[in-house]
Design a protein around this ligand. Structure first.
Ligand SMILES: Nc1nc2c(ncn2[C@@H]2O[C@H](COP(=O)(O)OP(=O)(O)OP(=O)(O)O)[C@@H](O)[C@H]2O)c(=O)[nH]1
Length: 342
């Protein structure tokens, strides 16, 4: 391996290395190192040798592309980051690593910056050799000759995949219920607003269904909190199976859920889905020790635009109807009253 590296480094074009190294120094502003190196690099051969060593020793990924957008050099850190062998990258267009996460506007802005000020910085998601993605803070520089003509584009990559993944998880947690992985209240409210706007344009109906489990406390009290959690997870999964692909099942907290059924032509379509939901919740849940746990559901149903037009009013009406369903004996669905809200 070391021998192969020696050969590969020896075969680097000194022009590419010199351009890459100059740009690297520019970017890192390592003037102290620069002065030290100048003193030490007496002969051209020694300079080239040292440049090649620095090029491969840095922990940042370096990619050099010529003006025809062919990769002419990649250092060891970039190979490790991308999963590509250096020799597989040489001659390729950088688009082989395009992840599809950035749109055309992104690249337009990038090129405007690069060709305008000669530099661009930003976050990119690229695709590794094995198809997985990595995130990098990328600094791109155009390296020009004495005539001002672009010779090379030089990219400095700092791997930020771990922090980006962590950040995405944190952002997800703001919208996802951690136990059931269902949308939480915040995301449900957002989806409801979208569904109402779409329904208003298309003259369709939206069903807002607040659901509360019956007898859930008894499961906790009899089998323990963990068994209660397992029942909530199972109920969440069953509800997702009875709704259509574009509907939303959300967990508001405790044993309370909301079903948003959008794009309906008729109230009966919602009622059919809710009958299936009642049956799905009513079926016993087998706990880890094979014991059956029994719960049922009380559901309130408010229809946009008949029962209310605003999201908050629909939720309030549906909630009131759910309590009416509880009072009338549970394990049932009750439609909201269409009288004026107090
Ligand atoms: N296991 C578990 N229990 C929870 C969780 N969140 C809330 N609870 C419990 O869920 C229960 C909800 O209470 P209720 O809605 O009054 O219980 P219920 O027996 O369904 O009562 P009704 O709605 O009147 O039928 C309480 O005992 C809470 O402590 C959770 O995340 N996991």
């Amino acid at each position: 391996m070391a021998a192969v590296l020696e050969i590969s480094l020896a075969s680097l074009s000194s022009a590419v290395l010199a351009a890459a190294f100059t740009a690297w120094l520019m970017l890192r502003r390592v003037t102290g190192i620069s002065r030290l190196l100048r003193q030490r690099m007496r002969s051209a051969a020694a300079r080239e040798h040292l440049v090649a060593k620095v090029f491969d020793a840095t922990s940042e990924g370096i990619l050099v592309v010529d003006r025809d957008m062919r990769i002419v050099e990649a250092n060891r850190a970039f190979a490790a980051m991308s999963g590509y062998e250096r020799q597989h990258l040489i001659g390729q267009h950088p688009r082989i690593m395009q992840s599809g996460k950035q749109d055309a506007d992104f690249y337009k802005t990038m090129w405007q910056g690069l060709l305008g000020s000669g530099q661009w910085q930003g976050k990119v998601w690229d695709k590794r050799c094995d198809g997985s993605l990595f995130a990098a803070h990328l600094t791109l520089s155009a390296v020009r000759d004495e005539m001002g003509k672009v010779q090379y584009y030089f990219g400095l990559f700092t791997d930020i995949t771990e922090e980006c993944v962590r950040q995405e998880e944190i952002e997800q947690m703001a919208f996802i219920d951690p136990l059931t992985r269902l949308p939480n209240r915040r995301l449900m409210e957002d989806r409801l607003q979208q569904a109402l706007a779409f329904a208003a344009r298309t003259e369709k109906l939206v069903a807002v269904c607040v659901m509360d489990l019956d007898g859930f406390k008894n499961v906790n009290d009899t089998f323990g909190h963990e068994a209660g959690d397992a029942v909530l997870v199972e109920v969440a999964s069953r509800l997702q199976q009875v709704v259509r692909a574009n509907d939303t099942v959300a967990r508001l907290g405790g044993d309370e859920f909301v079903l948003l059924l959008a794009g309906l032509n008729d109230v009966s379509e919602a009622e059919e889905i809710l009958e299936r939901a009642l049956a799905a919740v009513r079926a016993p849940v087998r706990l880890a020790d094979e014991q059956p746990a029994y719960v049922s559901a009380s559901i309130g149903l408010a229809i946009f635009p008949h029962d209310a037009q605003l999201a908050d009013d629909l939720l309030r009406r549906s909630d009131a109807a759910m309590y009416a369903a509880k009072r009338q004996g549970r394990d049932r669905c009750k439609r909201a009253q269409s009288r004026p809200l107090a």
